[in-house]
Design a protein around this ligand. Structure first.
Ligand code: NDP
Length: 385
């Protein structure tokens, strides 16, 4: 029986994972479920999946969680230390689906027991890719990508020689504003940015899709995870979201991963890897789907892709700085402090202000750079406000 932990079980990826586990509950034993503020959902799933321990990342949720799980025999805990302890409990397969750089340390803790880390938390690779990969290697752990684009690339690369890879092409739906002119983007609201045309996801990644920051993060994620040069990675707008990414080989062949936009495919692939099991995902009817179209992203409207290229070239701590500045700017946009277009300007300014090159990546340095980038981004946000 496979033992499972879900970090971020109450989120969008977490819930899709819970759904897959619950459909085949006898095949799994759930070690830990962790959540944030949605205590009721955490408790409900802990009972449903008979988890050993349920953890909320925030101390203030402890009493409610304890009350909801009283008499069930499920262990209850709260706070950052409890989250890290739960992540470090041995499990064959751990889903890393906490949002933001808050997911980095729990992911590292999970790698240390040498199982499989199913990585949805792209921020871990953006902030500290070399650290994460080194930790996996040191402990004989496996990292499997869950981001749909990276799962697609991983599948296209199965059995291939990396020497034969010419380019990786990451598709982007273009998000909620793919057809909006620059002028209109200035007044875009949080509600408008939170309405993704094709994918149902958490609010933060949905807004990042509209600004193309999500795609920018994915370029860096591909660079770190697959070890390809920045000039070998490109993004292309594909509004239908049916091709989830492609690999171009030196013989001219392109391998594309094609399917319905449903995260349970990428999660289920990582769950069953290296086997393929049946999944509750609707098959794609190619004739009904009709045309698949592609176009270049407009970098005037969305500078995030250019910033991602700079980050890949610079390396060092620039990914941690980029991500933290983006997270803080996103907080500011969601709180109504800054406009949609201000986010990219803030990230660019923070990158200019903070030296990032030539520094070795350690966890302490990443956390320091993260805190400093948030502080500077917060200051700029206040001045814009
Ligand atoms: P959600 O916002 O839906 O869920 C985030 C999860 O993290 C929730 O369980 C939340 O708890 C928990 N959480 C929030 N803050 C903290 C914290 N400080 N410490 C510990 N736990 C916390 O996000 P998504 O599921 O959309 O995304 C999760 C990750 O997966 C992100 O890195 C995202 O980029 C990536 N991803 C998501 C995709 C998607 O389809 N959604 C696709 C590809 C990648 P609570 O809700 O209880 O407060």
């Amino acid at each position: 029986m496979k033992t499972i932990t879900i970090l971020g079980s109450t989120g969008s990826i977490g819930q899709n994972t819970v759904d897959l586990i619950a459909r085949n509950a006898d095949a799994f034993r759930v070690v830990a479920l962790t959540g944030g503020r949605n205590i009721e959902l955490l408790a409900k799933d802990a009972i449903r999946l008979r988890a050993e321990v349920a953890v909320t990342a925030f101390e203030e949720g402890l009493e409610s969680l304890r009350t909801l799980l009283a008499g069930t025999g499920i262990e209850v805990a709260a706070g950052r230390a409890a989250l890290l302890e739960a992540a470090s409990r041995p499990a064959d397969w751990v889903m890393s689906a906490i949002v933001g750089s808050a997911g980095l340390e729990p992911g590292l803790a999970a790698l240390r027991h040498g199982g499989t880390l199913a990585l949805a938390n792209k921020e871990s690779l953006v902030c500290a890719g070399p650290l994460l990969l080194a930790e996996a290697e040191r402990h004989g752990a496996t990292i499997l990508p869950v981001d749909s684009e990276h799962s697609a690339i991983f599948q296209a690369l199965a059995g291939e020689d990396m020497e034969a890879v010419e380019r990786i092409i990451i598709t982007a739906s273009g998000g909620a504003f793919r057809d909006w002119p620059l002028e209109k983007l200035k007044t875009a609201t949080v509600a408008e940015a939170s309405a993704h045309p094709n994918w149902a996801m958490g609010q933060r990644i949905t807004i990042d899709s509209a600004s193309l920051f999500n795609k920018a993060m994915e370029l860096i994620e591909a660079h770190e995870f697959f070890g390809v040069r920045p000039d070998q990675i490109e993004a292309v707008i594909h509004p239908e979201s049916l091709i989830h990414s492609l690999v171009a080989f030196r013989d001219g062949a392109m391998m594309a991963h094609v399917g319905m936009p449903d995260m349970r495919h990428a999660i289920g692939y990582a769950l069953n890897w290296p086997e393929r099991h049946a999944l509750p995902v609707a098959p794609l009817d190619l004739v009904k789907a009709g045309a698949m179209t592609f176009r270049d992203p407009d970098e005037n409207r969305h500078p995030a892709l250019r910033l991602a290229r700079e980050v890949m070239q610079t390396g060092g701590l620039s990914g941690a700085i980029f991500n933290a500045a983006k997270e803080r700017a996103l907080d500011g946009f969601i709180a109504g402090e800054i406009g949609f277009l201000d986010m990219a300007g803030i990230v660019e300014t923070v990158l200019e202000k903070m030296p990032a090159a030539a520094e070795g990546i350690t966890l302490d340095r990443v956390l320091e750079a993260d805190a400093e980038a948030r502080r500077i981004a917060g200051g700029i946000t206040q001045s814009v406000h």
